[in-house]
Write a protein that binds this ligand. Structure first.
Ligand SMILES: CC(=O)SCCNC(=O)CCNC(=O)[C@H](O)C(C)(C)COP(=O)(O)OP(=O)(O)OC[C@H]1O[C@@H](n2cnc3c(N)ncnc32)[C@H](O)[C@@H]1OP(=O)(O)O
Length: 505
């Protein structure tokens, strides 16, 4: 089958940055631009609105400098305004070569915001296009509020498109600016336009106000659109834009007639990086990239998977560089526990398995979070079998915190019956504690894992706000795991989580 190639334009760095509270630094924008084009392999990126700030200008200059060396300038776009050439001067300074000119796609916006007639607007646009051509800048044109335009002032939209399709324009960008379209309307409106102008390249830009972003993008492609606009993690103003990872999976799995260049296996990495740069956590249930989306929780599901992968769908985690997990909690059955024991290389007989399952269900009932790494401790406790022997003990420590002096600690650690002591300073008490441990492990030439995430919370369901839980993620030579500690003192709960880690590596 001859596949239809669709362009993916990522606008995380422009529309995504319009998420309230988000601002990328210059180096973050450059890092993401490189990752999006070189690794995720989107076709184009929109990286800023013109005129925004000095910092934005600097970021765009750095990206265009890099893009020029790679011959990517045609793939790097800037949102500009119909402002008598001010945005174009900004583009010149920034070294950018493609503008996405923001114009009015509804009579409502044109009349009330710009206070112009269609003829005046077209005249202004025509002058901007001529100026751009003189400067060697290519133009795509946004019809802002186009979706409402199609509902309420269709005559204006077609009058404008008749004008625009005769202008020196590369692509026409059709945004559902307020995320109001249904999937049926998206298909209907775009079909009408694409049939009328079959030789013009149209992009669709979907917002997610009704959670219809992905569905609308799908309909836009079916209607014959040539490009779509997406953001990583669905970042963007209000409810955000159509999210990259979900749309890519939908195209790959449900639209076999369509071809895209995006590299599925990089989606998770890019998503994590955007989350780290923006401080916007990825919801655990966000398709493809959320923490929980490849975790089976119900005992029946784990059982079906053990027998014949019965609860798998086409979204195999390995496609996205991820792994299937089996959660432990009150809906666990024996099969969940078995799956986790296999990973840890542990075996239990049927009787033991029942007892451990029962304890995990009890803990789940109390809203306690149980991780795979807790299993050895639970087994040891439940079976009191002596089968699991704790090897490493944090025997004693002193932590100091004082004004004007660096926090410091002295730690005594018992490893396989041998006592070690170390003293260290750090940026905080826990950092000092970790530095002391690192010293001991270095002197013993033992590996020490990297801490990759650290979260503190009051455990859900806990009646006391004096109790605190620290959940730490570790990476030991590519093997990732999580440990938890519970205490009334935040640092002590982190130390307890760390002691568990020392007994796992
Ligand atoms: C599709 C989208 O998401 S659109 C998002 C576009 N990007 C942004 O707005 C983010 C960056 N914006 C900014 O930094 C600022 O708004 C600037 C620099 C563009 C303008 O700032 P200010 O001069 O302070 O104006 P302010 O933001 O209050 O108002 C916007 C002005 O632009 C005008 N305007 C609105 N749309 C357009 C357009 N497509 N082209 C030109 N001017 C426009 C408005 O009518 C208003 O003009 P007025 O002050 O003469 O009434």
């Amino acid at each position: 089958m001859n596949k239809r190639r669709i362009e993916i334009m990522d606008t995380t760095l422009r529309d995504g940055e319009q998420t309230s509270g988000v601002s990328f630094s210059v180096s973050e924008k450059l890092t993401l631009a490189k990752l999006l084009l070189d690794e995720l392999k989107v076709d184009r990126i929109e990286i800023a609105s013109a005129r925004v700030s000095e910092g934005e200008l600097k970021a765009v200059q750095e990206i265009t400098h890099w893009a020029a060396e790679k011959d990517y300038l045609d793939r790097v776009e800037i949102l500009t305004f119909v402002d008598g050439g001010v945005s174009l001067q900004w583009m010149e300074k920034a070294g950018a070569k493609v503008q996405n000119l923001l114009t009015k796609g509804s009579l409502n916006h044109l009349t009330h915001q710009l206070k112009k007639t269609p003829e005046q607007h077209f005249e202004d646009i025509s002058k901007t296009l001529q100026q751009a051509s003189k400067q060697g800048i290519k133009t795509n044109v946004y019809l802002e509020d186009w979706s409402n335009g199609m509902r309420n002032s269709k005559g204006y939209v077609f009058q404008y498109l008749d004008f625009l399709t005769k202008q020196p324009v590369e692509r026409i960008l059709l945004p559902d600016t307020l995320g109001v379209l249904t999937h049926n309307e998206t298909f209907e409106f775009l079909s009408q336009i694409i049939k009328r102008y079959p030789d013009i390249h149209f992009d669709f830009h979907g917002h997610n106000d009704y959670d219809l972003g992905v569905a609308n993008v799908m309909e836009a492609i079916k209607a014959g659109c040539h490009g779509i606009h997406l953001t990583v993690n669905g970042m963007g103003e209000r409810a955000g834009n159509a999210p990259m990872a979900s749309v890519v999976a939908v195209i790959n799995d449900f639209l076999p007639e369509v071809e895209i260049a995006v590299n599925e296996s990089s989606l998770y990495k890019v998503s994590k990086l955007v989350s780290a740069f923006t401080g916007f956590g990825i919801p655990a249930n966000k398709p493809i990239v959320g923490d929980n989306v490849f975790t089976q929780t119900a005992g029946i599901h784990a059982d079906g998977d053990s027998k014949k992968d019965l609860y798998f769908n086409d979204l195999l985690p390995e496609r996205f560089g991820r792994k299937r997990k089996y959660a432990l909690g009150k809906t666990s059955g024996k099969a969940n526990i078995q799956k986790n024991l296999q990973e840890l290389g542990l075996t239990l007989n049927n009787e033991e398995l029942k007892k451990v399952t029962q304890r995990i269900i009890e803990l789940g009932d109390k809203k306690e979070r149980v991780t795979k790494e807790d299993l050895p401790f639970i087994i040891s406790d439940v079976l009191n079998s002596g089968g699991y022997q704790q090897k490493v003990f944090v025997k004693s420590y002193v932590l100091t915190h004082s004004k004007g002096l660096k926090p410091s600690t002295t730690v005594a650690l018992e490893i396989n019956g041998e006592l070690h002591e170390a003293h260290a300073q750090g940026d905080g008490q826990y950092d000092a504690f970790m530095n002391a441990l690192r010293k001991i492990y270095k002197s013993k030439k033992r590996e020490f894992p990297k801490l990759t995430d650290y979260a503190v919370r009051i455990p859900p369901g806990s009646n006391s706000d004096a109790l605190c839980e620290t959940i730490i993620s570790w990476d030991n030579n590519g093997k990732e795991f999580i440990t938890r500690g519970l205490d009334s003192d935040q640092t002590v709960s982190a130390i307890k989580a760390t002691e568990k880690m020392l007994n796992i590596i």
